[in-house]
Design a binder for this molecule. Structure first.
Ligand code: ARG
Length: 601
């Protein structure tokens, strides 16, 4: 069968399987004298009856003043010598129930297996996308609140890259605010003798930081607690922040130590999560850009003084809720969170010229980003055709439906959460089995990551979800470990096939011989449409939903089929080729979700 591949930018492209079917049915509508647009086909919502369906005859009844079943009958008659369609049935009151030929499906899969990215078309226009996610604050340990931004952002980055776009990821560290002043203040209280506080000192500062990461992590909450109780302390911290931001040498040197110690620790944490950033920039990186930006906003008349502060009005006539002005400078001249965000937009536009900037941040910041985006547009910091997108995610809750906490009710550190899940996975893997210690630990880590990430990503990002350890670590149901288990099962069959002397590269796909095999094959044909849609809607949960169905289809096929004991060698090799393709698609999908599968588990 002709797969009607085309070319784009010199790369062969493959039409989506569903589009091929639609085209035939549309042609049949036209051949029968009806509007071709009526011929759009969808997946069947009655898989017990058919594989695909078209409801166009129902829609056409009014226009053609004809019973839908007659239209459907006319259309069905025009499909008789199709090479793609095995059955097009007109059924009351006027639906078209469609089945495709086994040969068409296996031919399509063969093409997929040979194509780059399984036939996913390269984008019409390759976009440059800056992704702002992670957003940890220096000197504060990562807690579970930071998990979602990292996990979702990383996946969207990978999906966009897979779809053929250029993506630059930027962690956007919180490294310029009051928390820095708090730490410096607390250090000064404890160790006033440190050379950093000696205003007359003009020499070089020590290379070693005067604290370790654990000290730093203790200092911050202590200081933050004190500042809430003691206004004088808070005053000192604000003063310290101001002095830091205005370049006092000793403070700047201390600040550099804080960043260095903290970033080393953050890198280790993100690495454990399989999350990578191209840029490790922070709020502080734009502090030299801010004065120029402020000048520009004043000069162009965008910003004005209001109660001592410099603001830009961003409300619009069509607003149904109150959108407060965007504050650029506080009355004491200090910059704010949004000042750094605006300056960062300015810098990104100048240095990177992105087509789009995507922010993956807690959805409680949506009003804030609305202000920032409006301000950036109004003041023309951003080009008209550069998109700014806020992807707000919901809260990760505990089983009680309230924000996830430790048993004692405190904020849980991300590291603690991860090691608890690692332990749980280790326990499951070694339960009733002899597995070498090192291997069990390594496997537990890989599977635990799938549990955490899949548990998060399988929910629509904007929704709150319940972090349920028991459910997420289960090997059954809609979970990461179930997906990995399925991949490992396939790998193990393929290994046995090789041990029996079989060669994977010689295995050729055959036409499906059972209903479950055909269902698995049809699921595979949907890969490119799914991936394209996951990118367009920035929706990793669509990848999860797809692999869950694919894994289910595979497992049904597996339980109903004798694969390795099949006597007909050609048939057996056909099964093996299907397994290889299923494994490759599953592994591609988990890779864009940001985790991987072990060899055994
Ligand atoms: N550090 C911020 C916080 O903890 C998140 C940063 C989000 N990104 C941004 N460009 N504002 O809330």
């Amino acid at each position: 069968m002709e797969m009607r591949t085309g070319e784009r930018h010199g790369i062969k492209i493959m039409k989506k399987f569903l589009d091929l079917i639609s085209e035939e049915i549309m042609q049949a509508f036209e051949d029968a004298g009806y509007d071709r647009e009526l011929g759009r086909v969808t997946l069947s919502n009655r898989p017990d009856l058919c594989e695909y369906q078209c409801n166009g005859a129902m829609a056409g009844a009014k226009k053609y003043k004809k019973a839908p079943i007659m239209i459907a009958g006319d259309v069905a008659a025009k499909t008789e010598d199709s090479e793609l369609l095995a059955e097009v049935a007109a059924v009351a009151p006027g639906f078209l129930n469609i089945k495709v030929k086994e040969s068409a499906v296996s031919d399509y899969l063969k093409k997929m297996a040979e194509s780059e990215r399984f036939g996913l078309e390269p984008p019409a226009k390759k976009e440059k996308i800056v992704m702002d996610y992670g957003g940890p604050n220096v000197a504060k340990p990562l807690h579970v609140g930071h998990l979602r931004s990292a996990v979702i952002g990383e996946s969207i980055k990978r999906i966009a890259r897979y779809a053929g776009h250029e993506v630059i990821s930027d962690i956007h560290l919180g490294d310029w605010g009051l928390q820095m002043g708090l730490i410096i203040t607390e250090l000064k209280e404890r160790r006033p003798e440190l050379v950093y506080f000696d205003e007359n000192y003009t020499g070089e500062y020590p290379e070693e930081a005067p604290f370790t990461i654990s000290e730093l992590e203790e200092i911050y909450p202590t200081a933050s607690g004190k500042s809430k109780e003691d206004p004088a302390y808070k005053e000192k911290a604000m003063e310290a922040t101001y002095r830091l931001q205005n370049g006092v040498r000793g403070y700047r040197a201390l600040w550099e130590h804080i960043i260095k110690v903290s970033v080393t620790d953050l890198k280790r944490n993100y690495q454990n999560l399989n999350v990578e950033f191209d840029l490790w920039k922070g709020e502080s990186d734009v502090h030299t850009v801010i004065p120029g930006m402020v000048e520009y906003m004043k000069k162009e008349g965008y910003a004005h003084m209001s109660e001592g502060a410099l603001v830009v009005d961003v409300k619009e006539d069509t607003d149904t809720k109150e959108i407060p002005p965007c504050m650029i400078l506080k009355s004491d001249g200090a910059s704010l969170y949004n000042t750094t965000d605006l300056a960062t937009i300015m810098e990104r536009m100048e240095k990177l010229h992105p087509d789009e900037i995507i922010y993956v941040v807690d959805k409680r910041q949506d009003l804030y980003f609305e202000q920032v985006f409006r301000c950036a547009r109004k003041t023309k910091l951003v080009d008209k055709d550069t998109k700014l997108k806020f992807l707000g995610f919901g809260t990760m809750n505990g089983k009680d439906g309230k924000p996830f906490k430790t048993r004692e009710g405190g904020v849980m550190r991300l590291e603690t959460l991860i090691s608890e899940i690692n332990e749980e996975m280790y326990r499951k893997i070694t339960d009733n089995r002899e597995v070498p210690e090192a291997e069990a630990r390594e496997t537990a880590k890989v599977v635990a990551l799938s549990a955490i990430k899949y548990g998060d990503l399988s929910n629509q990002a904007s929704k709150d979800y319940i972090f349920d350890i028991d459910k997420f670590t289960s090997f059954e149901g809609d979970t990461g470990p179930y997906i990995l288990y399925t991949i490992v099962r396939i790998k193990s069959i393929l290994n046995k096939y090789k041990e029996q002397g079989g060669r994977l590269e010689n295995a050729v796909l055959q036409e499906a011989v059972s209903e479950s095999e055909k269902a698995l094959m049809l699921q595979i044909t949907r890969f490119s449409a799914m991936m394209e849609n996951a990118f367009e809607e920035t929706a990793p949960h669509k990848v999860c939903a797809y692999i869950y169905e694919l894994a289910n289809d595979f497992n049904r096929f597996y339980h109903e089929t004798k694969i390795l004991s099949e006597e007909d060698e050609k048939k057996k090799a056909g099964f093996i080729a299907l397994l290889v393709l299923t494994r490759d698609i599953l592994e591609t999908c988990i890779d864009v979700l940001g985790f991987s599968a072990p060899e055994r588990m």
